[in-house]
Design a protein around this ligand. Structure first.
Ligand code: NAD
Length: 490
């Protein structure tokens, strides 16, 4: 009988070869580096290059040099290259999942889910790359033809957060490449190794040098502003907090750069009396606990109608208390650590504030001591509406419950936020479900389910949760294309 295969240890420094510019790996001009830490063990995994302004200029030069060749590459060829990126990601799925789990801390099962989701953006956009078509029609006056051609915008700067290090990158790179744009990816400083592991597979997949460039920096503000000030850059796609998004929008305004913004969320999760209780509990565990609550779509305010409230609260506390907390890479872990100690302190502050105002903790509620940035799965009931966690993203494994009486009240309270990303509704009454889905101000509604994300569907927010959409049949690619209208007399 064969002995069980031992999983090889990851060589983290091997992913930190330097900045990826023009198909080459190079050190930052300053020679400086940034340490990458494992949030489970607090061990330093590797040190990545710390790009400055000269490196950013070199990345824009490389993207510009590759732009013409890439936009002239036939769609079928672009499609096949994207398809190879998908295949290589799947072939390396186990390694990528373990890498994500180490540098982000998320449970391996969540990391595996992320890799599958991230890879799907390459497959989906490979299929879409050959379906970009224009329009042809007769002007109403009959004087001329109206021809509309869709063209790549040009060089795109892509900025991503740490909570989905692979998926947030591929959700931008894949449609940009399908559209014919060249890109510079600036991943989050906390999770750069995954981005560099992706960069490693691009050349192998046949992505020409300079089409994708990756740089990490400890000074994202000046480095990004310098790239946005370069007139060759025509697109900014950002995923991150609303605060940074606002600052980038005003910076991009100086050169009138097209912006796609995937920003923060404050998702309401609404459970009506007639909901299937077990289904709603299954749903809230996904909506709240995927990535240990570190998701922009995470259920942040759980509104439960009074008739089902107590049974729901009891069921949720039971499920949350049973979750196994541990190191991300441990196969048994269901809830890994938070990204940083600062994140744990923020969660602790929000919980203390709610408790100080009269909320009751029914499970968890006490931050971890010792090594790693841990916070336990927590359920809080009777949270007053003036608590800070009603307005702020918790971004952690804390489920606050609020009681409501009527449908109108549920919609009104769900909408009482500056955000509008995702929302969840549980009811057996399909008419009510669709009515409430129509009334809630959010870009995405999950009806009787805890997950909305799908590369085949348009992902994005309204209000201060963002501008534009990623994924979907045409939405994702359209963000990287300009419509060119030709008035033709024939
Ligand atoms: P963040 O805004 O702090 O950072 C996001 C990225 O922006 C990082 O790469 C960071 O280095 C960079 N950055 C920071 N300051 C910058 C500046 N001045 N100029 C240019 N770039 C700058 O967000 P985060 O803490 O990494 O991620 C969590 C946030 O992201 C949450 O608010 C979450 O809701 C949001 N998010 C949204 C989506 C979505 O699709 N809407 C998805 C995931 C995360």
């Amino acid at each position: 009988m064969n002995a069980p295969q031992k999983t090889p240890a990851l060589d983290f420094p091997a992913f930190a070869k330097g900045l990826y510019i023009g198909g080459d790996w190079r050190a930052a001009k300053s020679g400086k580096t940034i340490n990458v830490t494992d949030p489970s063990s607090e061990a330093v995994l590797a040190a990545v290059a710390d790009a400055g302004l000269e490196d950013a200029a070199a990345a824009v030069d490389a993207a510009a040099a590759a732009a013409r060749g890439w936009r002239q590459t036939p769609p079928r060829q672009r499609s096949e290259i994207l398809r190879r990126c998908f295949e290589l990601m799947i072939a390396r799925a186990d390694m990528l999942a373990r890498l994500i789990s180490h540098e982000n801390g998320k449970a391996l099962r969540d990391a595996r889910g992320e890799v599958a989701y991230a890879a799907e953006f390459f497959r989906w956009n490979a299929e879409e790359a050959v379906r970009i078509s224009g329009e042809y029609g007769l002007a109403p006056s009959g004087a001329n033809r109206i021809i509309v051609d869709y063209q790549p915008m040009g060089i795109a700067v892509l900025i991503t957060p740490w909570n989905f290090p692979a998926a947030m990158a591929t959700r931008k790179i894949a449609p940009a490449l399908a559209a014919g744009c060249t890109v510079i990816l600036k991943p989050a400083t906390e999770t750069p190794l995954t981005a560099y592991a992706l960069a490693d597979l691009f050349a192998e997949a046949g992505v020409p040098p300079g089409v994708v460039n990756v740089l990490t920096t400890s000074t994202p503000g000046p480095v990004t502003n310098a790239m946005l000030a370069d007139p060759r850059v025509r697109k900014l796609s950002f995923t991150g907090s609303t605060g940074v998004g606002r600052a980038l929008l005003s910076e991009a305004g100086k050169n009138v750069i097209s912006c796609s913004m995937e920003l923060g969320g404050n998702a309401p999760f609404v459970v009506f009396d007639d909901a299937d209780l077990e289904l709603a509990l299954d749903g809230v565990m996904v909506a709240k606990m995927r990535n240990a609550g570190e998701a922009c779509t995470a259920a942040n305010r759980i509104y439960v109608q009074s008739g089902i409230h107590d049974a729901f609260a009891e069921g949720l506390a039971k499920r949350m208390a049973a979750l196994k907390v541990g190191e991300g890479v441990d196969e048994a872990t269901e809830c890994g650590p938070m990204i940083t100690r600062k994140a744990v302190e923020k969660i602790d502050r929000l919980v203390s504030d709610a408790v100080g105002r009269g909320a009751k903790i029914t499970c968890g509620g006490k931050k971890g001591e010792g090594t790693g940035f841990f916070y336990p799965p927590t359920v809080i009931t009777d949270v007053p509406d003036d608590s800070e966690m009603v307005r702020e993203e918790i971004f952690g494994p804390v489920a606050p419950l609020y009681r409501f009486e009527t449908e109108e009240e549920a919609i009104e309270r769900a909408n009482d936020t500056e955000y509008g990303l995702a929302a969840y509704v549980f009811t057996r009454d399909i008419g009510r479900g669709l009515r409430v889905a129509g009334g809630i101000e959010a870009g995405m509604i999950a009806l009787n389910r805890g997950l909305v994300s799908d590369p085949a569907a348009p992902f994005g927010g309204v209000k201060q949760s963002g501008l534009g959409r990623e994924g979907g049949q045409h939405h994702g690619i359209a963000e990287y294309m300009e419509a060119k209208y030709i008035a033709a007399s024939i």
